[in-house]
Design a protein around this ligand. Structure first.
Ligand SMILES: O=c1[nH]c(=O)c2[nH]c(=O)[nH]c2[nH]1
Length: 309
């Protein structure tokens, strides 16, 4: 909230960034363990302008206290919970415990530790790191109003065919040939807003948001690839992105909008020829030069009409 100060507009917030916490839960007999590793970012909107303009820190929640709160709350959670639930729990704490705090923005990034299988059997306490991360952000108001967003960071997807790009603008600077046969590779960053509008209206089913996360990830990947036996043709990254976003909104009625960022990560055709021998390597949709940069940058947000995102 902007405040008028000495004839200026003033906005401030403070918080603690990158608080890392690991939490292990043990079954009653102690044998089966579950675990999470979270990176928590807290930002509080509060009435503490005195600290900025009058050297008065009496309304400041110390960022060190915020950090400690993450560990205390993690300890107090006796059952495994989702990143979303932990973000909401922290947001509720900061907005209800401190009269000065009117909004808490809590972001949690979960490292993808997955239970390992040994000889086809789920291990009781062994985990390995996968690649894409689960993100959650809760914006909690003192009144209990909630904005809840979840996401995926770093979901790398690639298909070796059924992708093309034709019919785009051609001008004197255009060198790219049209094609109906190319590699399509991307690293999806997704975020989706849930329609729950208050902390009291979120589903109470244990680990509900973890289930949603896995389901959304599956719908995104399945739509990108198409059926296993033949895939689906992609006319552009833009078209595939739109189909992926639409599939999410059609399947999950408690999601009101979805944002997808899908860089077009290029695999360049390799052709080599020499003056003496002539053609050494002729590209036949087989040998590529993988690249990181530059990459196409394609992003869009799809929302229901009544969405508040
Ligand atoms: O799917 C694509 N979308 C683009 O906008 C674009 N631009 C480009 O050079 N190649 C591609 N591919």
């Amino acid at each position: 909230m902007a405040k008028e100060m000495d004839g200026f507009n003033f906005e401030q917030r403070h918080g603690k960034a990158r608080v890392r916490v690991g939490r292990v839960w043990r079954s009653k007999d102690g044998r089966r363990h579950s675990m999470v590793e979270w990176n928590v970012n807290i930002s509080l909107l509060s009435n503490c302008t005195g600290a900025y303009v009058r050297d008065d820190n009496s309304d400041i929640v110390a960022t060190d206290t915020m950090k400690n709160t993450v560990y205390v709350k993690a300890k107090e959670c006796s059952e495994q919970l989702s990143a979303e639930e932990f973000a909401i729990l922290l947001g509720k704490h900061f907005t209800s415990f401190y009269p000065q705090v009117f909004t808490a923005i809590v972001k949690v990034v979960e490292k993808p530790w997955e239970r390992v299988s040994v000889n086809g059997q789920a291990h009781v306490h062994g985990f390995k790191l996968a690649s894409e991360k689960h993100t959650a952000e809760a914006i909690v108001q003192k009144s209990g109003i909630l904005q809840l967003t979840s996401g995926i960071e770093g979901l790398s997807l690639l298909k070796t065919t059924k992708s093309g790009f034709e019919g785009f603008i051609r001008d004197k600077y255009t060198a790219l040939p049209e094609t109906r046969e190319r590699m399509l590779a991307t690293e999806v960053t997704a975020s989706w807003r849930y329609s729950y509008e208050s902390v009291s209206s979120i589903p109470q089913k244990p680990l509900y948001f973890n289930e949603c996360y896995l389901n959304v990830k599956k719908v995104l990947a399945d739509t990108f690839f198409g059926p296993p036996d033949g895939g689906v043709y992609s006319a552009s990254v833009q078209s595939t992105l739109f189909h992926m976003a639409k599939a999410v909104l059609s399947r999950f009625m408690d999601i009101s909008s979805v944002q997808l960022k899908m860089p077009n990560i290029h695999f360049l055709p390799v052709n080599i020829s020499s003056k003496d021998i002539g053609v050494i390597v002729k590209f036949n949709d087989d040998v590529y030069l993988p690249t990181d940069e530059p990459h196409g940058s394609i992003e869009a947000t799809l929302s229901r009409f009544w969405s508040k995102m």
